[in-house]
Design a protein around this ligand. Structure first.
Ligand code: CP3
Length: 355
């Protein structure tokens, strides 16, 4: 397998090396806003049928790259593959999001959870990674990913999507020992899972901490950040002489970027509630930054989108270390043409920040 990339802007920017313009990819860039995705999902049967078939997962990964000049591909999968592989029985109900047949609410259940073998129960994921790597033919890097321990725990304890996190916070406050045991087991599972993705060909890694921002500052450090830090320490950070950059993203974690930077990760994702200028001060040269346009700007006029891109580029300012992205996943009702306007604006307007 060749390791040289035709377009390595994403890798360089996450490592704070100079590029000719700011690289861009979009969270959830493969998905329901694309008609070709909806068609393939209908043919396959369901979302999980796409995820578990490496050829289809590869095809879906490549769909946005055929439309748009993106600087990175992201593995088409889900963060809930790990709890599913632990035996919880993941399923999706239209309009209600993900859910599990079994929940985890006591110490005994936590103790009985297995650490999934990435080469057995999760082999469909590493097979998808190697298939995608082959088909990308070195054009752009492939990002592998997982959820954070805290975010996975919220789904496992609640049994699905939740409004006020009563079950998971209840367990955290009533039985912190059981919660720590669960988070530690998840961290160990994620380390072997992500290292297996690297082994299969992932050239960068990202950890999605979608629900870290619902915690108090103290609890964030104890129940979320501590375990992401453990993962960063356990990851393979180099392969065949190439660095494997690691990005951490806590939605709503703008106030904690300085603490997150201390984990030794390479890049931090930022949502739209924090200005990149402030984020850049907070990380003080320790990491690159990824973000952070509000995904709802893609409902605005082309001119308004370009104006927002300019504002964000100016907020980050000159120099290396910025990966442009949305501040969260693209919404399913966005017109794909708007994504094209957004991506082209980043290409055009970012050049002057790299001279
Ligand atoms: O970014 C990408 O293009 C890669 C693929 C990807 C998916 N999910 C595909 C997906 C990634 C990186 C994820 C991560 C993920 N999954 C997160 C973290 C990121 C975030 O958005 O905060 C979370 C919290 C999940 C859990 C999950 N999976 C949710 C909440 C949903 C939506 C459920 C719904 O019905 O709205 C999913 C399903 C899912 N994952 C879809 C996609 C494209 C939609 C499934 C479909 O086709 O119906």
């Amino acid at each position: 397998m060749s390791h040289s990339l035709v377009n390595d802007r994403y890798i360089k920017a996450t490592l704070r090396q100079e590029t000719d313009r700011t690289p861009i990819w979009m969270m959830r860039q493969a998905g329901r806003y694309l008609p070709e995705y909806r068609q393939l999902r209908a043919e396959a049967g369901s979302f999980m049928d796409l995820c578990t078939n490496p050829e289809l997962a590869c095809e879906v990964t490549l769909q946005p790259l055929r439309r748009f000049p993106l600087d990175a591909a992201i593995l088409f999968s889900d963060i809930l593959t790990i709890p599913d592989a632990m035996g919880l029985g993941l399923y999706f109900t239209p309009g209600e999001g993900p859910a599990f047949k079994k929940v985890v609410r006591d110490e005994q259940t936590v103790k009985a959870l297995p650490i999934p073998d990435p080469n057995q129960e999760l082999k469909y994921v590493t097979d998808a990674v190697s298939t995608i790597r082959r088909e990308l033919k070195g054009s752009v890097p492939l990002i592998g990913f997982s959820g954070s321990p805290w975010t996975l725990a919220t789904y496992m304890v609640e049994g699905g999507t939740t409004k006020n996190f009563s079950e998971v916070k209840g367990l955290m406050y009533e039985n912190p020992k059981a919660m720590h045991m669960l988070l530690d087991k998840l961290a160990d599972s994620i380390i072997v899972y992500l290292n297996a993705q690297v082994e299969a060909g992932a050239q960068a890694l990202m950890i999605f901490d979608t629900w870290g921002g619902v915690l108090t500052p103290h609890d964030y450090q104890e129940f979320s950040l501590r375990y992401m830090s453990k993962i960063v320490d356990g990851l393979q950070r180099q392969k065949d002489g190439q660095q494997i950059p690691v990005t951490l993203f806590t939605k709503g974690g703008g106030k904690w970027l300085d603490l997150m930077a201390e984990t030794g990760c390479d890049c931090l994702g930022v949502d739209w509630t924090t200005d990149l200028s402030e984020a850049r001060q907070r990380v003080d040269g320790k990491t690159a930054l990824q973000g952070n346009m509000d995904p709802s700007l893609l409902y605005a006029s082309d001119d308004r989108i370009r104006e927002e891109v300019e504002t964000i580029l100016a907020s980050y300012g000159h120099g290396s270390g910025h990966v442009f992205n949305l501040g969260h996943g693209i919404h399913q009702t966005v017109n794909p043409e708007k994504a094209g306007v957004f991506i082209n604006a980043v290409h055009e307007l970012s050049k002057k920040y790299h001279q």
